[in-house]
Design a protein around this ligand. Sequence first.
Ligand code: AMP
Ligand code: MG
Length: 448
Amino acid sequence: MKTLDQIADELQGYDPQAMSADDVLAFLSKLVTPVQDVLELPLFEALGRVLAEDVISPFDVPPHDNSAMDGYAFDGQQLSADAPLELQVMGTALAGKAWQGSVNAGQCVKIMTGAIMPQGLDTVVPQEFVKLSQVGETSRITIPPGLLRTGDNRRRRGEDLMQGKPALQKSEPLTPARLGLAASLGLKTLKTWRPLRVAYFSTGDEILSLGEAPREGAVYDSNRYTVFGMLSRMGCQMIDMGVVRDDPAMLEAAFTHAATQADAIITSGGVSVGEADFTKAMMKKLGDVAFWRIAMRPGRPMAVGRILPIKSASSPDGKGASSYKQHSNPDGAVLFGLPGNPVAVMVTFLAFVRPALLQMMGASTAPAPQLKARSMEAIRKKPGRTEYQRGWVSTAPDGSLQVKTTGSQGSGVLRSMAEANGLMVLHHTQGNVAIGDEVDVMMFDSVI
Ligand code: AMP
Ligand code: MG
């Protein structure tokens, strides 16, 4: 575990008062470390978990050459470019058992999709392409010329997965397709990194929990719900700690509880400049925390660091028993102190917290690809900060992608976030956007 000072020394020109989005990502990637505990999980419980080891294919998939169609299997050498091919049907190969018997020139076997290719046969003609004729007990098919090539409609042994080769790789999150692939190898369990435990709470005396009566100057807590949603989509185990008042004792209890229980703590509110509350003071007291100003919009203030677990609070009997539960994480918990404004919370989460949590989950952190879409409007943008605009991406009549903003971009306006399907990312050095300019878009579907 590195201290913030050690990380700062490793980074050139680190200035907590003037962080670019890239500086933030570089800093966070040095701050966090992947979890180490491995859980072996049954497949039905492994969705969304991250693989802790490569999965090597124990056999070839498919294990035999087999037919990709319902049709007739034959030796493709007999095909000719200009003459029809007539074959006698010798029997039927069903899926699930090998067809016994030999097939000579001029003969074929009726075959079902997935059935093992009979010995010596390499080509399948789909049944709808043949003319079938019956004389007494004997069935014959006629294949028109020019329709097939040798090897058509045959799936090769091992074409899906080769024995001894990695079928799935360490650090890959288990998607539905990857679960299916593991099952096709006969694997009942997979070794995954344990899920990340993330505690979160909202701060601020003006923040109401749902169910509380409205009062003047107060707003309902929306941040806990957006944070909950984004953490759920990432497969984190969540510890919801509610709204914590601007009260030193309550804040201290919340932070120390979170630091003993969780790998990461996400708070919202109380980190802006001139904030007259106790949140920042408590973060400083209980941990190693930096307070940043980030050149971005929305966002800007953010606290980052680590809340350290209480070592050994001395007990009245002098035996040193802690009044806190045994902490699961001796290094404490990584702190993401997000701003209070609801859209700033979501944007800083997507831009910074999400990549850091993925790294902690042992997942590959390659950024999700961004789309390019043509802006349907002019947007004023100052170089020197990264701006995230809530947008709606749609398909233009010519088939290309276009994007327009979803209205007021105020950092507290959750409506324009709720109406958006992506965030336009206007990069640090970028200036004004003209109508028709291409902009990068982070689509919500790929992340939340
Ligand atoms: P702060 O960063 O604490 O100064 O908060 C900035 C703005 O965000 C203020 O208008 C707060 O009322 C609002 N805010 C802070 N926390 C929340 C929350 N949990 N839910 C909704 N709005 C919030
Ligand atoms: Mg506040």
